[in-house]
Design a protein around this ligand. Sequence first.
Ligand SMILES: Cc1ncc(COP(=O)(O)O)c(C=O)c1O
Length: 379
Amino acid sequence: MPEPAVGQGVAAIDTPALVIDLDAMERNLRRMADFAAARGVRLRPHAKMHKCAELARLQMAHGAVGVCVQKIGEALALARGGVTDIYISNQVVDPGKLLRLADAVAQQRGVRWAIAVDSADGVARLASAMAKAGVQTTGAIDVFVEIDAGQNRCGVVPGDAAVTLARQVLACPVLRWAGLQAYHGRAQHLRSAEERTAAIDHAAEAVRASCAALAKAGIGVPLVTGAGSGSFLLEAGSGLWGEIQPGSYLFMDADYAANQPLPGAPVFEHALFVKSQVMSRGADRAVVDAGHKSHAIDSGLPRVAHPPGLEFANGGDEHGILRAAQEGPLPGLGETVWLIPGHCDPTVNLHDVMFGVRGGLQHGWVERVLRVDARGAVG
Ligand SMILES: Cc1ncc(COP(=O)(O)O)c(C=O)c1O
């Protein structure tokens, strides 16, 4: 795709393309940073969402202590892009992957590293990779023990199992016992505020049980980390979590916007859009040039942000079919249609670049082109 020069108007962006409304994104950035500062919790946004070193650095310049990622490939891509505090909030047990991480730790390029574990074998493999890479510095990498906070995905059973792993981490000098990872992924998209509150109450019980078992064993918990864009208000207010990990708040997708807001939670604006254009017209429909290869549909089809009054129907890999919601006008051939993706994370992963637009989607200009540095870094 020909890239528009920085400074050119929005019209110069070829379609389909991923566009960030920078004004909206920066308001989201500040709202979350202000929230964390006011509540006295550390903010470590999840960079799996944008996979972009420039945005991770921007978040750190606005109060974030560092970022999370899920994969070693993401971690290394962001480190190459100058991000200096990276937590892999996920389990990695493959020796080859762990060695790539250990090599990066050994190179000590001014990056603070952290990782989650949920098995004795996982801790042993991490320690052995560090030894193989020649890492000798005490506490070279922070290690969080993940507890199952209610999603029944990763994480040990809350309580004594966390003690066993914490002891193992404490016995290995190159690993620094950093505390607990407690993230309830399924809770994020429960629609009602009541359901989300109940889910995080459950997660809080899991944290309490684990902290109590650790205290009984004489082990302090330096930090509990977790939380996403659907629940962070609850974890921050619990008195248990000291760090929150929301990711999607920065771009705000259609799926998150469908959540009933938690009372008192900051409100985030849509900042990520797919710019598309009408490529075919029928009497009752307009067809745009953006399909599944432009936006992920795991959390539902995109919503049409502009022009108003249009509904998006699945048109396949390269097409989207628009119909007027109430017999309104349809856009004509070549007209621009702005879409709000259903789920931002897998949508970003479909694109090499995101065009940062200043001054609004209708009349703005391209201020920067942001690379999706960790695009395709799925391992
Ligand atoms: C461990 C962890 N923390 C935080 C998040 C952030 O979630 P969100 O982008 O929904 O805010 C995720 C997302 O899946 C996650 O896996």
